[in-house]
Design a protein around this ligand. Structure first.
Ligand code: C2E
Ligand code: MG
Ligand code: MG
Length: 739
């Protein structure tokens, strides 16, 4: 390196150092890289000009540094500049520096002026060596305006002389830069506090492997520091949300902000729900885009959403999906089936005799049974399927169809087994079962609702058959539609008072006198057709219309009997039929009492007929319900005795007053010895228990005399009279009185 003129090594060092400073600054304050680079380039351009100029002057004028051309050129340059000899025998500063220091031109050649420029108050050889050797020597002084100014000096040897060396120092005013940095720092603080207040955590990555986390992110997640690798970050994400995270961050699309909701383990060690919004940011140099993301804790909102979803979609009693969820999800599955050629089964299940169980055991136990049934169903859901409660004791199960046609029936049988087992284990006295109907989607209907209705058709079509499992067939339509229409027509018939009571006399076999009547319901259509109860009572039971019918029968029966009493006919017992639904009503006593009160009929003239299967369901509850009626003074008859499973031992427990021997024993009693033996044994035992007996379906005199001989108290049948309207019965009364 030549030591002549400008020292190029020193110049290179200065440039290198300045470059390093600028690069470092850009790294720490990337968002201000633009401005810094512009300032840097301007300075370099300027320095290059100075270097070129100095070199040119040196070449032309040799050592004549003080040459007026050079002075003229530098004098008005827009940067601080000083030429000085290290013994300060020569000092020249340009106008920009003089103005900054507030030194008049005539004083600007003094050594003290140079010291002032370099901010040296106590001059010493070491200080000046620092100025010379430090490529960015920083001087601080109070400028002419009184404010503190910082200049970074870059010094180069201009000329080596015998006595002293000559140096050129060019300044770079740091004051603006410092102000900018201070502003930046406070902007950064402001930004950080905003993020902290908003509780937003930020992360940034250039390579998608290593992330830098903001201080708020560090706080939220309890990170050890601001650097975190992708795999460390991923390990904090809930295992169930990782797939979603992985697929989301694969995107390099810089045009959209993406958002996912994931659970991330947080500073408190538990998973919080976060909204994670992120975006790829285009790099300035067309390299890999930057990757930035923000997380916001949405745990509370999420909990609210979950609650809303729960309220809208979860059945309160069983905690499985409700009807809304079933319809929504069912339709989605149906659409997927159509789109992708899948197939699913929909099974609709109904707990057999649940209304009886519910009334018998109370709502608490009823709910317990529903919950258990729901949980059993839930166990059988296969991937993509669903278990839901439709309403009451109606449930649905959606199962993926893998081509096994036996799957629905097999599943239902397993459910039935578990359900029965649960009843034995936990509800000893009750036997539980369920029936089911099923159909296949999309094959069995044009929408999910359609397919589900068809499964319900299948269920209804076997409803008399408890524990039945029935697949939907298009031919079922007709009979179900028939039933549904009948149901609607029946509801209308009740409104239009088309229901009427017919009365069939009951005769005292010893006296031949009428002792009571049985009220038997008839539906008399406007065209005069009479519909028998067998054709509509079962449908009424299924559709819950039976409640309205029974209320009518009870009130009308009492009213009619009281009317006959008032008309002067002999007092007789009015028998009415109750279904299990009527009988197990918790307020049965109040209802009967109300009918008696309204009509003014005394309770001993009212009798309620119950079937034995009904009483057998839960003996304890049945007895307590019967006692409620007995307490009122109302009579109780056991209808159709001998057709069910009842054993004579029940006669010991049930508080009945009359036993009705079923017609099937009577029909052939003159030829069928066994029937005769049974009938006479039952009559004997009943007598011993002070229970009266009546034979149903007596059609001829032979039957009548056999029964009389066997000790039967009363008889009812076509021999005496068919069920008849009240006016007809009045005629019957009159004839009977005359007998
Ligand atoms: P049930 O209570 O056993 O009524 C007796 C049935 O036997 C009546 O049929 C009656 O007409 C019929 N019957 C009586 N004597 C003879 C006879 O000598 N020969 C033959 N072949 N039949 C005879 P009905 O009126 O058709 O009633 C059928 C069933 O419908 C009743 O059986 C009862 O279980 C039910 N039912 C009738 N009315 C009502 C009602 O108001 N409410 C309820 N819940 N059920 C009713
Ligand atoms: Mg009856
Ligand atoms: Mg009967």
């Amino acid at each position: 390196m030549k030591s002549s003129g400008f020292n190029t090594l020193a110049a290179s060092l200065v440039i290198l150092a300045a470059t390093a400073v600028v690069a470092a600054y850009c790294f720490f304050y990337p968002s201000h890289a633009h401005e810094t680079i512009i300032i840097y380039i301007s300075t370099m351009v300027f320095m290059t000009i100075i270097l070129a100029l100095s070199s040119w002057i040196y070449k032309r004028h040799g050592s004549s540094v003080g040459a007026s051309e050079f002075i003229a050129i530098t004098e008005d340059l827009n940067t601080e500049m000083i030429i000085w000899s290290d013994d300060f025998s020569y000092v020249y500063m340009n106008k920009k520096l003089r103005d900054l220091l507030g030194i008049p031109k005539e004083e600007a050649s003094q050594r003290s002026a140079a010291w002032q420029a370099f901010g040296i108050s106590v001059p010493g050889i070491e200080e000046f060596e620092k100025v010379i050797n430090d490529p960015a020597y920083e001087s601080r002084f109070r400028n002419a305006a009184g404010t503190v100014t910082s200049i970074a000096w870059s010094t180069s040897l201009v000329k080596k002389r015998k006595k002293s060396n000559l140096y050129l120092s060019t300044g770079f005013n740091l004051t603006e830069l410092k102000k900018m940095r201070a502003n930046l720092a406070s902007a950064n603080d402001f930004f950080n506090s905003s993020m902290e207040l908003a509780e937003i955590g930020l992360i940034m990555s250039t390579d998608r492997k290593n992330y830098r986390a903001s201080s708020e992110m560090v706080r939220m997640l309890g990170l050890r520091g601001s650097s975190i690798t992708l795999s460390e970050f991923r390990s904090l994400i809930h295992p169930n949300d990782r797939v979603q995270f992985d697929s989301a961050i694969k995107s390099t699309d810089t045009s959209v902000v993406r958002s996912i909701e994931i659970r991330i383990k947080s500073a408190d060690g538990i998973y919080h729900w976060y909204s994670y919004r992120f975006k790829s940011i285009e790099g300035t140099d067309n390299t890999m885009p930057l990757f930035g993301g923000a997380i916001l804790d949405i745990t509370q909102e999420h909990e609210k959403d979950v609650l809303i979803e729960r309220l809208a979609y979860i059945d309160e009693v069983t905690e499985i999906a409700n009807r809304n969820k079933l319809l929504d999800t069912g339709q989605e599955i149906y659409d997927t089936c159509r789109l992708l050629g899948y197939s699913y089964w929909i099974i609709v299940l109904d707990i057999d005799r649940f209304h009886i169980i519910n009334d018998t055991c109370g709502y608490k136990k009823g709910n317990y049974i529903l919950r258990n049934f729901a949980h059993i169903l839930y166990k059988f859901v296969n991937p993509g399927g669903l278990a839901a409660r439709i309403s009451g004791d109606n449930f649905a199960l959606i199962l993926k169809d893998y081509g096994d046609n036996e799957l629905p029936a097999r599943t239902v049988r397993s459910i039935q087994d578990e359900f029965a087992k649960m009843a034995v284990d936990e509800l000893a006295a009750i036997s539980l079962n369920c029936s089911a109907g099923y159909s296949r989607m999309p094959a069995d209907g044009s929408s999910f609702l359609d397919v589900m209705e068809h499964a319900e058709f299948a269920l209804k079509s076997n409803s008399s058959n408890q524990g039945g499992i029935c697949a939907y067939e298009p031919s079922m339509h007709d009979s179900i539609i028939g039933d549904n229409e009948l149901e609607k027509a029946l509801a209308l018939a009740i409104d239009n008072n088309e229901l009427q009571l017919f009365y069939q006399p009951k005769i005292n076999l010893s006296t031949g006198k009428i002792m009571g009547v049985e009220a038997l319901i008839r539906w008399i259509k406007p065209d005069g057709t009479i519909v028998r109860p067998d054709a509509f009572v079962p449908i009424a039971e299924r559709s819950h219309l039976i409640g309205r019918i029974s209320e009518f029968v009870l009130n009308e029966g009492c009213r009619q009997n009281k009317l006959w009493q008032k008309m002067g006919y002999p007092n007789i017992v009015m028998s009415i039929n109750f279904t299990s639904m009527d009988f197990y009503q918790a307020d049965i006593k109040e209802k009967v009492l109300d009918a008696l009160a309204k009509s003014g009929l005394e309770p001993q003239w009212l009798e309620v007929e119950l079937t034995e299967s009904l009483a057998l369901n839960d003996i304890d509850y049945a007895v307590s319900q019967m006692n409620k009626l007995r307490e009122l003074g109302v009579k109780l008859a056991m209808d159709d005795f001998g057709t069910g499973y009842s054993s004579l031992s029940y006669l010991q427990i049930l508080p009945i007053t009359l036993l009705k021997l079923d017609r099937s024993f009577i029909t052939d009693i003159e030829h069928d010895n066994i029937a005769y033996e049974i009938v006479s044994a039952v009559i004997r035992i009943a007598k011993s228990k002070k229970i009266e007996t009546i034979a149903e379906g007596i059609e001829d005199n032979v039957q009548e005399s056999i029964l009389r001989m066997a000790g039967c108290d009363y008889g009812q049948g076509f021999l005496y009279g068919k069920p008849m309207p009240p006016e007809k019965l009045q005629e019957f009364f009159e004839q009977n009185i005359r007998k």
